[in-house]
Design a protein around this ligand. Sequence first.
Ligand SMILES: [Zn+2]
Length: 264
Amino acid sequence: MFELPFSLLLIIFIYLFVLGSCCASFLFVVVHRAAIPQSIPFYKGRSHCDSCGTELTTSDLIPIFSWLFHKGRCRHCGCSISVWYPISELIGGIAFVLSFVAYPFQFTKIAICLLTAICLLLIALYDSLTMEIPDRYTLYLCIPALLSIWAFPHISLPQRLLGLVCISLPMLLINLLIGDAFGGGDVQLMAVCGFLLGWKLTLVGFFFGLIFASIQGIFLLVRGKAKIGQGAHMPFGPALCTGCYLSLLFGTTILRFYLSFFPS
Ligand SMILES: [Zn+2]
C-alpha cells in the first residue's frame, strides 16, 4: 500500500475520513432521536438545536469543524453542544480510514468492514446514551456477519459457530449465576460478533474490549461518576464494539505477533 504516491494515499484517506465522519454524524442524530421517546423520527424534519429549535444550516453540519468553529456552542442561543458529537465523528472517520489500512485495495473486505463499523457505531452510541442495545440494531449487525462468510472465506463455518458461543455462552452462564452481570444486549452482541470474527479473533476482540472497559471504568472512578462497591453500571457495548472492530481489522496480525513469542 505504501508504495503508492503519497498524494494518492492522502486523497483516499481524506475521502474515507470524511465519509466515516459524515456517517457517524448521521448515526448520532438517528440514535439521539431514537433514544428520546417523544422525539420525531430521524427521517422527518431537518436537524435543529435541541435548546432553541433553530434549524441548522450547512455551516452547522460540517463534521468536527462546525463544533470546533463554534467552540462547542449553538451559534443562535449559545447553549453548549455535547463534545460527543465531534468525538463520535472523529471515531467514525478513523474507523473508515483504518479499514483501508488493514485491507488495502481489497474492496469486498473494506465494504464489509465499513458496514460493520456503521452497525457497531450505532450500537455503541445508543448504548452510551441509554445503557441498552436494541434487538433491531444487533439484527442489523447480522447482515455484515452473514456477508463476511463470502468476504472472509478463510474463517470456516465451524470457527464461526464456535465464535458465536465462545464468549456469549460464558457471559450468559455468569448472568444466570450472578444475575445482571452483563446486559442481554451485550451477550447478543458478542454472539453476532463471534460469528463474524470466528473464535480466535473473538477472543482477541473480547480481550481488547475488557481493556477498553477497564480504562472506561477507571475514567469514571477518577471523575467521581462511579464508586467502588456501589453496584454502579456502565455501558459495556462501546468497549466491546471497539475491541471487536479492531480485531476484525488487525486481529490476525496481533494474534500472529502474540504467537511468535511461543515458537512451536
Ligand atoms: Zn440553539
